[in-house]
Design a protein around this ligand. Structure first.
Ligand code: HT7
Ligand code: ZN
Length: 874
């Protein structure tokens, strides 16, 4: 297939003003009647063309007359119709097959055929699996949807919009109608039908609308929806206060399913969630999962404005809704929880997921210039880097200016399908600033390197900071341009105190923090009246998504790690120091950085004033993926060992007695409470237990055994099981079996059991994965299960997946092939675990190459998987 290009965008020649859909629902076969009121663009002379896939066409009529076979034809997956005029009404009737739909795109069945329910997934191009339609986001229509079904089998019938009547039909059937007054693109259409229970709550918006909030789940899960309901209410309030956005329908439905390709979907008025991102209770959810539920509920709700009321003109603009909505969700989570910890979490994710993507064969700009399969572009670059770009803009405008800008953006583009230019224009215009230089960030792939070099002139009491930037060539862009990079900075004296800043050319001098924007290749900034050689704290709060290269001495990083009041930069100094320490261990050079890192952390370990969760993060060096990113030739086993060695040094420096005493103290306070302090205690307790296990595995495993038995929460239970499984295989067998039996009927808890074991490092990893595949609960048909075992193995178990003999790659490639026949979206996403293979040391590289080449040679690959594997081999 040929790529689709942004440069080729044309406005639609035909629009659909109104859609009427009638569904005769059935598990094996559903009939869909569609009535489209067509509008023609008088400036274009194109025939009417509609998209459809896997549709059995039963009838077609135009303006009330059945169309003769000569008046329509199927061309390249499209339906071309003759004779349509502006105002014509096209009627089609098709049959689709929900139970046979394993791709989980369009209308499909969730769960067993006897008891499961029907639901839809239309983003990005699922609507064309339901009916013939101009399936593109710039075609916005009002929808009237009527559902008919057997009442006993499908007691609950839901679609987006407001309810508009319901009633009985002959033969035990019933119907329900929904009208959505807000014109929407087809990707936001949704329906749900089946046996579901609900919890509900009334909500009154700031502008006075009464809204019924309803969360739906199968009977065994409905009691686990209360946390999501609270989170939804918090999200709605927050959006009113932070962005002045109110909800705009009389009902808001949220539905949980165990069969879903992604986390959740923002269908207008009928959000559908992967159960993993909605259900939460203390017995089966970890603290991290609670925070994820809150974040995803917020994310999907916020889309109601950033995505639904203002949608995307085309899929190249995907980050317009996703980057902005991720940013909104991050700000919300920061307000609900701890802001610095949220920032640490977000930046860690960016480095772990987006940096490797941006540095390899899958690199693409936040606004790609072309694609073959749009589902492959729901990436960390579009989402996470996109959010960083919005954050830079928000930082540049300040809180009040950004709000002025978003108010104008929403007002001006309400009901429209907008572009990234529309976003920058509104933000800029509301503030009298030209933001077009930031557009370059959207069009250029690769992570910029920011070099910083400081020189102190004691005689003149001047500190000169030279900043320069460079983005490596790649992604078909041999020459990268200079980007505007906001650098928030401060200077510290040798005593760890902030120094007042007197920056040449800046009016607001005397404060202790400034932002400079580097918008050329190199720039020098001179600070006056600097009494002693300062230590710069750069990119505070991570003010731009770049890689900072600064030749700090270890003791300078230790000073920032100890004193920087910017929680993020404090952690960042620790991360940089840990990287230096790893380098020293790898190269056998003098271990000053190892000592500096361990000494600083040992002192912080004793600091009673430090937050438990910041301490837990400080005690965590960069992960193996991040460490691998810095190497030109990657040996995953070596990196794993170096990181373990580094942790060992830290554990020794703190000492067994202190670790043991801290563990006991934290364990004594253990409860199931969800407040911030209790969560922080659990987090720190786990870090401490892991460090203790490096020094005294027997003692750590004794603690873990007790902790597993008496765990009041899933966080404690899973933490204990992890330590046991890593340090004492024999002793872990019994609790692993106990967990397996205890949670036999809880799919989400079972996923954690699979994932925990898929992550265990070392030689036995592959055999373990194969044994787990033989567990009766394992299936490739459920995306959560496939991700839990195979995805976790490939992306979360570097030493297991990257076996020197290539057996990890071979097994994985075979499974991708099997998965591709069932669910191409999931196969393609999991295939990205091979990213970075070109930098592996020669034996592994050859083995990975062989597996990828074998995969590429298959003639029946989906477009999804073919694109990823093809790009990987480019
Ligand atoms: N907008 C959604 C993206 C999406 C999706 C969701 C579920 C299944 C398939 C999907 N394809 C794309 C999710 C979001 O960003 O909110
Ligand atoms: Zn989203």
């Amino acid at each position: 297939t040929l790529p689709i290009r942004l440069a080729d965008y044309r406005a639609p020649a035909w629009r659909v003003e109104r859609v009427e859909l009638d569904f005769e629902l059935g598990i094996d076969a559903t009939e869909v009647a569609a009535k489209l009121l067509l509008r023609r663009d008088p400036a274009q002379d194109e025939p009417l063309r509609l998209e459809g896939e896997q549709l059995e066409l039963l009838s077609i009529a135009l303006d009330g007359q059945p169309l003769p076979a000569t008046a329509w034809r199927l061309i390249e997956g499209g339906l071309e119709v003759d004779g349509a005029r502006d105002g014509s009404v096209l009627e089609t009737r098709v049959r689709v097959h929900p139970a046979a739909n394993t791709a989980l795109e369009g209308l499909y069945l969730s769960g067993p055929r006897e008891s499961g329910f029907l639901l839809t997934q239309c983003e990005a191009q699922g609507f064309r699996h339901i009916t013939w339609f101009p399936d593109r986001p710039d075609v916005q229509s009002t929808y009237t949807v009527t559902l008919r079904a057997d009442r006993a089998r499908f007691p609950v019938l839901l679609a987006g919009g407001n309810p508009d009547g319901a009633g009985e039909l002959e033969g035990g059937r019933h119907w329900a109608r929904f009208v959505d007054p807000h014109p929407k693109p087809s990707y936001l259409f949704a329906l749900v039908a089946g046996r579901l229970e609900k919890i509900e709550r009334d909500y009154r918006t700031a502008d006075g609308r009464n809204v019924q909030l309803k969360i739906w789940a199968e009977a065994d899960a409905i009691d686990r929806c209360h946390y999501a309901m609270d989170a939804l209410e918090r999200s709605m309030r927050w959006d009113e206060q932070a962005y002045g956005r109110n909800y705009d329908l009389d009902v808001f439905h949220v539905v949980a399913t165990h069969d879903f390709n992604m986390g959740a979907m923002e269908n207008k008025g009928l959000n559908i969630f992967n159960a993993k991102c909605l259900l939460a209770d203390p017995d089966s959810s970890t603290d991290d999962e609670y925070r994820r539920v809150e974040a995803v509920i917020a994310h999907e709700y916020f889309h109601n404005w950033s995505g639904n009321r203002v949608t995307c003109r085309d899929w190249f603009q995907l980050s317009l809704k996703e980057g902005f909505t991720v940013f909104r969700e991050q700000s919300f989570s920061a307000d609900m929880n701890s802001a610095p910890l949220k920032r640490i979490e977000d930046v860690s994710l960016l480095r772990r997921a987006q940096f490797p993507e941006d540095a390899g064969p899958l690199a693409h700009p936040v606004r790609p210039a072309e694609y073959r399969e749009i589902n492959n572009f729901y990436t960390a670059t579009v989402y996470e880097k996109g959010a960083e770009l919005v954050r830079m803009l928000a930082g540049k405008l300040g809180a009040a200016g950004f709000r002025r800008g978003t108010d104008l953006y929403f007002a001006r583009n309400d009901g429209r399908a907008a572009t990234i230019e529309d976003f920058l224009d509104a933000l800029g215009e509301a503030n009298g600033i030209d933001l077009t230089p930031y557009l370059a960030w959207y069009g250029q792939a690769g992570t910029p390197r920011l070099r910083a070099h400081g020189e102190y002139d004691a005689a003149r009491r001047e500190y000169a900071l030279t900043l320069s930037q460079h983005t490596p060539p790649g992604a078909g862009q041999p020459h990268k341009q200079a980007l505007p990079i906001p650098v928030k900075l401060a200077l510290f004296g040798a005593d760890g105190r902030l120094l007042p800043l007197h920056l040449d050319g800046q009016t607001s001098t005397g404060g202790t923090e400034a932002v400079v924007v580097l918008d050329r290749i190199e720039q020098r900034y001179v600070f006056r009246d600097v009494a002693t050689r300062p230590v710069p704290s750069l990119l505070r709060g991570y003010s731009a998504p770049v890689i900072l290269e600064c030749d700090y001495a270890p003791d300078e990083l230790a000073l920032l790690l100890t004193h920087d009041p910017d929680g993020f930069n404090r952690w960042e100094a620790g991360q940089q120091l840990a990287v230096r320490a790893c380098d020293a261990l790898r190269d056998g050079t003098p271990p000053q950085a190892v000592a500096a890192w361990c000494d600083a952390l040992a002192a912080l370990f004793d600091d009673a004033g430090l937050d438990a969760d910041l301490l837990a993060d400080l005690l965590t060096p960069p992960g193996e993926i991040e460490l691998a990113e810095r190497e030109s030739v990657v040996d995953p086993t070596r990196i794993h060992m170096l990181r373990q060695q580094l942790l060992q040094h830290l554990a020794v420096r703190i000492g067994i007695d202190k670790l043991d005493a801290r563990y006991r103290a934290l364990a004594a306070q253990s409860t199931a409470a969800l407040d911030a302090a209790s969560q922080a205690n659990r987090r720190l307790k786990q870090r401490v237990l892991q460090l203790l296990a490096l020094l005294d595995p027997a003692r750590a495993c004794s603690h873990a055994t007790v902790q597993y038995r008496h765990a009041p929460s899933m966080t404690d239970r899973l933490g204990a099981l992890t330590v046991l499984a890593r340090h004492d295989t024999a002793r872990s067998a019994e609790p692993l079996a106990h967990y397996r039996a205890h949670y036999a009927n809880d799919p989400l808890a079972l996923d954690k059991w699979f994932a925990l074991q898929a992550q265990l490092p070392g030689e036995g990893a592959l055999a373990r994965v194969q044994a787990l595949e033989a567990d009766p609960a394992f299936t490739l048909k459920n995306p959560n299960r496939a991700r839990a075992l195979l995805g976790t193995f490939a992306s979360g178990n570097p030493t297991g997946f990257h076996r020197v003999d290539g057996a990890g790659y071979r097994l994985y490639a075979e499974r991708l092939l099997a998965l591709d026949a069932l669910n191409p979206q999931i196969a393609a996403r999991l295939a990205t675990a091979f990213n970075g293979w070109q930098r592996l040391e020669p034996r592994r590289r050859e083995a990975a190459h062989a597996s990828l080449t074998a995969l590429a040679a298959h003639d029946k690959l989906s477009r999804n998987l073919a694109e990823i594997v093809g790009n990987m081999l480019k």
